[in-house]
Structure formats: structure tokens, C-alpha cells
Design a protein around this ligand. Structure first.
Ligand code: COA
Length: 178
């Protein structure tokens, strides 16, 4: 767990998710899907039962190459990040993460705090040695954030998104952990 103060003075808590967060997380994810075209899901598209979500969250607990983070302000979920590494010996050191922050709280440093927490966790452990992500090529805010934290562009994936009848490429970015 990590506590810090945001640019606007509000207290932010970053912590790993637990089984009991399932319902609040489902509601959070369904809400943010409608707030951004840069996510892989839209409004109310995250159709999953609480039991399934609980099982997913449990699979992250104490895992050496998976982490599910929640950002909270006054017990409300305002952001989340999840990283998942490979299941086999040859790929368990590498994986991809996804991140979101509720629109009302964009630009306050929450995204940066979530990613820093993940990087520190990876450095402290002995397993994760590569962190990857895919970002829509026109998602300037996110690309700035990743670049600022040391991620490098590694390639382009064409037609990775299909939103409102239009295709978009993604940029593949990565960070080596030493
Ligand atoms: C991308 C996202 C996670 C960033 O989170 P955030 O909490 O708003 O970002 P932060 O406040 O931590 O900003 C960190 C850095 O990102 C960059 N950044 C953030 N918003 C920006 C904007 N609107 N324009 C340009 N750069 C921006 C800046 O470099 C900023 O650094 P600074 O604080 O030193 O100026 C958030 O905007 C979001 O959830 N967007 C919708 C979903 C999404 O795009 N997810 C990522 C998919 S790959």
C-alpha cells in the first residue's frame, strides 16, 4: 500500500485489489468504458459475474508475475492497473499491463503513481524483467505518460482498434526491468 497527496491536495491510496473489490471494480470498469475511446471496451461492455471477477482477483493475490492495483480516494475507486506475465518458464518474465483513471481525476498524477508502483514491485521481485503495453497511436496523454516513465516504442500494430467504424493502429511500448 502507498499513500500520497495529489496535485489538488486530495489523499490517494494505491493498493493491491482483493476479492471483496469485485463489485466495485465491475461498476468502475463499466463506467470508465463510456468515458474513453482509448480503452478496449466501451460503456457497460464489461459483462462479468461477481463470482468470475472474484476468481480473477484471487488469481492475482500473491502471484509473482501478476498484479492488480487499485487507486482510491476516500474509499472510491478512481483508477486501476493490471499486469499479467506469461504462464510458462520462458515467458513468465514478460507481460502486458492496462491502465485507466476515472475522467474526473485525469491529470492529477494518479496514472503516474499507479505505473510507478508496478515498476517498483517488478524491481523488488525476481521474476518480472519486461513490462509491455499497447496504446492507440493517437492517445497522446498516455504516450506522454509512458515515455516520461521510461517506456520505449518497439513497434506498430495495425488495425488494433475498431471504434465507430474506423480502424486505429496501436504503438507497442516496453520497459526492461533490471
Ligand atoms: C492515460 C491515463 C491513464 C493517464 O492518467 P492520468 O492520471 O490522467 O495521468 P497523470 O496525471 O499521472 O499524468 C502523467 C503524465 O502524463 C502526461 N499527460 C497526462 N494527461 C495529459 C494530456 N491531457 N495531454 C498531454 N499529456 C498528458 C503528462 O506528461 C503527465 O505528466 P505531468 O503530470 O508531469 O504533466 C488517463 O488519462 C486515462 O485513464 N485515460 C483513458 C484511458 C486510457 O487512455 N488508458 C490507457 C490506455 S493504453
Amino acid at each position: 500500500m502507498k499513500e500520497s497527496n495529489l496535485k489538488n491536495g486530495q489523499a490517494l491510496t494505491i493498493r493491491t485489489a482483493k476479492k471483496e473489490d469485485a463489485l466495485n471494480l465491475i461498476n468502475y470498469i463499466n463506467k470508465i468504458g463510456g468515458e474513453s475511446d482509448f480503452l478496449t471496451f466501451g460503456n457497460n461492455e464489461f459483462d462479468i459475474s461477481i463470482e468470475k471477477e472474484e476468481a480473477i482477483l484471487e488469481s492475482y493475490i500473491d502471484a509473482e508475475n501478476k498484479i492488480y492495483l487499485i487507486a482510491e480516494i476516500e474509499n472510491e475507486i478512481v483508477g486501476s492497473l493490471n499486469y499479467s506475465g506469461g504462464i510458462r518458464q520462458r515467458t513468465k518474465h514478460t507481460g502486458e499491463f492496462g491502465i485507466s483513471v476515472a475522467k474526473k481525476y485525469w491529470g492529477l498524477g494518479i496514472g503516474k503513481e499507479l505505473i510507478r508502483y508496478m515498476i517498483d514491485w517488478a524491481k523488488e521481485g525476481n521474476v518480472v524483467r519486461k513490462i509491455n503495453l499497447r496504446v492507440r497511436e493517437d492517445n497522446e496523454a498516455a504516450i506522454n505518460l509512458y515515455t516520461k516513465l521510461g517506456f520505449k516504442k518497439e513497434g506498430i500494430i495495425s488495425r488494433d482498434f475498431h471504434v465507430d467504424g474506423k480502424y486505429y493502429s496501436s504503438i507497442f511500448m516496453g520497459l526492461e526491468i533490471d
